[in-house]
Design a protein around this ligand. Sequence first.
Ligand SMILES: [Fe+2]
Length: 399
Amino acid sequence: MFFKIFVPTLFLVIWFYLRHRILRLFILPWGLPKWSIYFFDLFLIGTGFFRYLYRDQDASYYTTSAKSLFYVGYLAMAWVAYLLITVVVYDLFRLFKRKIKKQPVEEVKIERRDFLKKGLSLVGFGAIQMTSTAAAVSSSMKINLKKQTLFHPNLPEIWDGYRIAQVSDLHLGPIIDRKYLQEVCDKLNQNDPHIYVLTGDMIDGKADVLREQLEPFRHVNAPEGKFFITGNHEYYWNVQEWVNLFSDLGYQHLLNSNAILSRENSKLLISGIPDVGGHRYHQDHKVDFKKAFQNEIATDFKILLSHRPETCELAAQQGFNLQLSGHTHGGQSIPFNWIVAMVQKYFKGTYTVDDLLLYVSTGTGFWGPPIRLGVPNEATLITLKKGPFSANTSGTFHS
Ligand SMILES: [Fe+2]
């Protein structure tokens, strides 16, 4: 329902709002014919068409020319996103100014503007819009290693200093490719993680098309294990093919199941559940906390991998000590992060729910347009430490 009605309606509203404002702000003041707005319509339809083409990708997708087309399409999406933001901010500023001056609500007569004023406003508008787009796009391409220490009072001493490499929401596909992933893995590998965990939404595309691009995952430095759970996006592209592919890359798929890690006499449980919507695509992918938790061997510390952070409350009831998640992207970019922060209770970073510590990654890649303004991506190197929950939970970024 959400994707079939709400999203298309929202896109239509944005489209008509933008074309109305472009007419009033740029086309009419410059004396251009009204029909020139159709160029903007064509541009938007073209941008959507790139996305449609991507749905029907085949093995020829990873040619330079095809990739360039998708890249242009996604850059256009980023440009439109920041055009929308600039227009909204401009309109809010105008409304505020009117309220202060108690001016009548009708539009300022644009015909009266002189040439210089029109030129300056166009240059100013363009500069803000282009600068924000460029900043957001360049930030999305910069891969950050985030060193995150997670303190838990119940961690057995022997596990103090244990290192977990977490990759989440990579969304390898339209723009993010093997080169990007190789850099992610290199940065994590240099810090000698004990295990690798992939917490869902690794891809956006078909397994047979993207197979080669995922090869860097095969050769990661993870002497004590490599684990994988599904996010919602794996289900959009034939989940079984993706499960098979990650198994082939050497990752243990944790589907309401777990594995035991040992150090001397101490045991650590690492469990995984599928995405909470997985059962709609595959009947065996229904979340089962009990199955994920149960093991005949007694364990001293219990970690849950769950794509969506909101499962933490049930995980805490079940008795897990730590949950690692992603999914939110931390809102991905200003100003969308402010909206996501309002609707997502567990948004990014660390939270405690009873005795459970939750960590939410902002994602290692991005989804949709390549934008990451104010919300850096992260290849996360987690270090477990014994200690009170509150200490040093913000993490540090390294380029
Ligand atoms: Fe997700």
